[in-house]
Each structure stands twice: as structure tokens, then as C-alpha cells.
Design a protein around this ligand. Sequence first.
Ligand code: NAD
Length: 473
Amino acid sequence: MSQMPPDMARLPALFERQRQAFARFPMPPAEQRIAGLKRLRAALLRHREALVQAVDRDFSARSRDETLMAEVLTTVQGIDHTVRHLRRWMRPSRRSVSLLFAPARNRVAYQPLGVVGIMVPWNYPIQLALLPLVGALGAGNRAMIKLSEFTPATNQVLRALLADAFDEDEVAVIEGAVDVSTLFAQQPWDHLLFTGSTAVGRIVMAAAAKNLTPVTLELGGKSPVIVAPDAPLQAAAESIVFGKMLNAGQTCIAPDYALVPAGQEDAFVQAMQHVVARLYPTLRENPDYSAIVNERQHQRLQAWLDDAVRQGARVQVCNPAGEGFEGTRKMPLHLLLDVHDGMKVMQEEIFGPLLPVLPYRDLDQAVERVRSGARPLALYLFSHDRQVQRKVLEQTHSGGVTINDTLMHVAQDDLPFGGVGLSGMGHYHANEGFLTFSKAKGVHIKGRFNSGKLAYPPYGGWVHRMIQRWFIR
Ligand code: NAD
């Protein structure tokens, strides 16, 4: 008989244990939450080296600096921001009382929801596990984290790190493949935050709906870059190369395709080639350039590239040292020209180092191109023209925007992060993250004198006549 995965067997009991622990301590004070966040910060720094090595093992090659910058640093920053602002976020906010209900007081109290589920993808396995956790703990919750089955080495370190800082009734880790993920999504969480693909997001939301569990869905999509006619090509290319080659394009907010003014495609390609040669003079053995996470993803990208070429795309490979990549999962940046919507790369989120370059006639056409697709997770605009910036901001929807750079909006501690439409719903990071994991409870408090009783039946008295005369008009 086949054995049940160990975490599958533990999951329901762990969930129940956290529920009971929450019921015993439903409103942890700020000091306690801050102490937990500081323990998390210290454990993260203690395990920093082990994490760098584990992600490297999982990816076969993951840049040390990328792990430190894009995972450890972002998490430390998120913790520090939360610690700094938590007391203010937790303070009930005072609201006004209308004349009709005076004398009374109104306030909104922020209450922890209870037990939160967090589901994590493989591409940034540390940051995407720990930043949602920071939001959940800051808001006073307990949390269980389902890690990706594609990052086993990192998971082992994360498990040790979290066990160092928390008892399992406060933070617990679950591992396993689809069967475990399915069971995880079915638990009656007080809130469920899922980061992953749009396709699995639909499945997770359907499972959560059975319990009316509220969800935050952090999904993907085709994030466009618009290079406006006034943009300096070289500066734009630098940011686009960085944003696209970080983690070899396996970033949810990586530029997915670039829209450049018609006639400038070749100059853009040249600028990109030039920048790649400077930032990554070699690729194969370059410790700064990460690999594709596994063979399945590598083959998918290769197949999409083949599909584009078969359908007439022109390919410019950015391979400054002219290396071969056999026997590795390193993949150079490929710029694809003459693409059309029949190609896989123009239909699905690319999630790797392929960048279609599309010409546009005028800004209206570029905006229309973005609007005609699903609402993306991120949008990048290169322009110093305020009117162009305003037009693009007002006429397109996306989860977030960086102007004159790529990726950086996600690293701003005081900005919410989340998608819109098919790229997700809800937010975390910053105060919005605290609100996501809290119940904003409206509380109306009467004193000893209750003027409202004057309006009780029998109706038709002077108070009722006065209300109708002065307040319904
Ligand atoms: P994925 O959707 O395959 O997996 C995410 C999680 O869901 C994993 O823990 C996995 O075990 C679980 N899962 C897989 N199949 C499931 C099922 N049938 N039922 C329930 N759970 C299931 O995503 P991935 O391949 O790990 O990550 C890549 C995707 O994630 C990309 O689309 C990317 O854009 C997106 N992403 C989004 C963000 C964001 O912040 N919005 C961040 C990183 C990645």
C-alpha cells in the first residue's frame, strides 16, 4: 500500500492545533508580534548562507547576489518596515458620528483573523514564503506555509529557520506535491494567500470558495514594457536587461514583451546586445547569471522558442562570449522580432529569458495593445514626458507600475503589491498587507444616553416628523 506523504497526514491536526492556540490568544499585543518578527529576522540572517546554497542547489545555479538581494534583503526590509509601523497600524481608527446618532463614538478596530494559509511557488522560494508571513504575523495571526515541491533543498532550510523562531502552533511548514496542495487549499482558513500561476489560482479559489475563505491571489501574466519615443534607448535597455535577466527571467513581474516605436527595433536590439555584453560578459560559468529551475521548464521555453521560429520569428541571441550551453540549464536572453499572436510566446506568460520585441506606430496603438490583453501584474514605461506617463497610467490597468526602470515597485516597502484581473486580487506588503490579514471591524459605542431610542415606535411623533422633514430631503 502506498504511504501518505508525511505532511499530508499532519496537516489537519496541525491546522486544528493552530486554531486552538489562536482561540487562547486571540489578540496578541504589539510587543509580542514585534518580538516574533525580530526572531524571524534573526533566524533569517543566521541561515542566510545555508539559504544561498540551498537555492543554488535547487536551481542548479542561482546567483548568490540575487538570492541575497531579491530574497533576503527584501524580507529584512519588509520586517523592518512592519516593526516600525505596526503600533500605528494596530491603533483603532476614529470615525465620525452623524448628528442623527450622536452622542456616540465610532471606530474601526483591526482584529487578527486567525489561522492563515500561505501557498508558495518555486521562483523566489524564500521571499514569497516569508513576506506573506510577515504580513500575517504583523496582523496577529498564526500561519501555515505550503512550500513548492520544486525547491526541496530550500524547503529544508526554511523549515529549520522557522522552527528556530516559532513553535509549530504559531508557524508551521507543509511540503508535498499536488495532492498535499489540494488538501491544503481545502482547509477552512481564515484567509488564504496563494502565489503562483493563474491556472492554479483558479483551482485554489474554487477550493476556498467551498468554505467562503477569503483569498489573496498573487498570480502572473504578460507584463509589458512600453519604450516611448522620447525614451533614451540605452538607459531603457539597461533596466530591461536587468529586469529580464534577473533569475533568468523567472520573475512574476519580469518584462514579458517590449513595445518599441516602429523603426527603432534594430537600434533597440543593438542597445540590448550592448548592455548584455557589459552586464554579463559571459553566461555559462558566470555566477551572476541563474539557471532555469528544472528540465521541465527548460524544455517548455525551448519548445516555445522553436514554435516562434517555426512561425517566422527572427531571433537575436544575446550571447556575448558565443558560448554553448549543452549540459547546463543556463539559457541566454533571446530577443524575438517579427512575432505575431499565433505564437505561444505571445499567448502565455513567458517566465524565462525570451523577449518578444513589438513595434508600435503611435502611443495609442501601444496602449491599445496592452488593453486588449489580460490585465498584467506589472507595467513598465520608459518616458520622461509627464503627459505620456499620465496617459499610460490612466488608460491601462496593471497590478503595479515602475516608470523609467523595471521591477523596483515590488521592492518599495510602503507600496501595496498585488495583481488585478487575471494577474490576481488583493494586496500584501505595507499597510495594505496588514489590512489584508486583519478584520477591519466597525464598532459603534453608545454612552448612557441613547438618542436613537427617541425614534423607536410608535411612529408618528415629533421626532419622526422632524427626521423626515430635515433628513429625508
Ligand atoms: P504553480 O501555480 O504551479 O504553483 C504554486 C503553488 O501551488 C505550489 O505550492 C504548488 O504546489 C501548488 N499547486 C500546484 N498545482 C496545484 C493544484 N492543482 N491545486 C492546488 N495547489 C497546486 O506556480 P509555479 O510554477 O510554482 O510559479 C510560477 C507562477 O507563479 C508564474 O505564473 C508566476 O507569474 C507566478 N508568480 C506570481 C507572483 C506574484 O507575486 N504575483 C510571484 C511569483 C510567481
